[in-house]
Design a protein around this ligand. Structure first.
Ligand SMILES: Cc1cc2nc3c(=O)[nH]c(=O)nc-3n(C[C@H](O)[C@H](O)[C@H](O)COP(=O)(O)O)c2cc1C
Length: 206
């Protein structure tokens, strides 16, 4: 059966740089036989976590909105590709809101000590992030946040594709190698021959 890959685009800009890379990575995964789904967080209504701690008792979030739909898709997927612009040195707000809402999964696992339905599956994830400037520490925050997020989701952190010095929407198409790297990483993410890596493959391009 084909692997299910979900691509989550957090950029508020349609055809933004991270969005274009994500779609390229999904094409790569599709070319290697995977079944892919693309979604833009901007098309969904997701409220921020209110830290009511109801999930500490039930493992479920009481806030009724599109989070539940996206959470179900993330838990069902064999592979997740998460794409975000760098805003103030970390993920953009749309991404952070979704990440914070996964606190109910954290509570399910670590407060209630119940396994997620994903336990035991080979699930892997990749991060795509694009920033406008070039700073040495630009991707430090995102590495940590995504590691913690993927741990909660029971996915192996398999790869990063980080690109800096991209400011204008669509500029990434002029980059000499970024689109090709995204396609190749998408293919690799679904390759049946590879084992989950111990450390994420790290590609950082200027
Ligand atoms: C609110 C905001 C904050 C930003 N913060 C940073 C930043 O901290 N570092 C950086 O290099 N670029 C920053 N940028 C620039 C974006 O990362 C850049 O334009 C990127 O290409 C956007 O990706 P997208 O096209 O996928 O949305 C910021 C842009 C905005 C609008």
């Amino acid at each position: 059966m084909a692997l299910k890959v979900i691509g989550i685009s957090a950029s508020p800009r349609l055809n933004g740089n991270s969005d274009l890379l994500l779609r390229q990575a999904l094409s790569g995964a599709e070319s290697a036989g995977a079944q892919t789904e693309y979604l833009r967080l901007a098309d969904y209504k997701i409220a921020p976590c209110i830290e009511c701690n109801s999930c500490y008792k039930t493992g479920r979030c009481v806030v009724k909105d599109d989070y539940h739909l996206i959470s179900a898709k993330m838990l069902d997927a064999d592979r997740i590709i998460f794409a975000t612009p760098i805003f103030f040195m970390t993920v953009c707000a749309q991404a952070k809101i979704l990440i914070d809402r996964c606190q109910c999964l954290w509570a399910h696992k670590y407060v209630l000590k119940k396994p997620l339905i994903t336990t035991g599956r080979d699930r892997r994830a990749m991060v795509i992030a694009v920033g406008g400037s070039k700073s040495k520490k630009m991707f430090d925050c995102i590495r940590l946040t995504m590691k913690y997020f993927f741990d909660v989701l029971d996915v192996n952190y398999a790869a990063n594709l980080f690109v800096n010095k991209m400011e204008n929407p669509g500029q990434i198409k002029e980059h000499p190698s970024a689109m090709k790297e995204a396609f190749a990483l998408g293919q690799k993410l679904v390759s049946p021959d590879t084992h989950p890596p111990e450390k994420p493959i790290d590609i950082e391009l200027t």
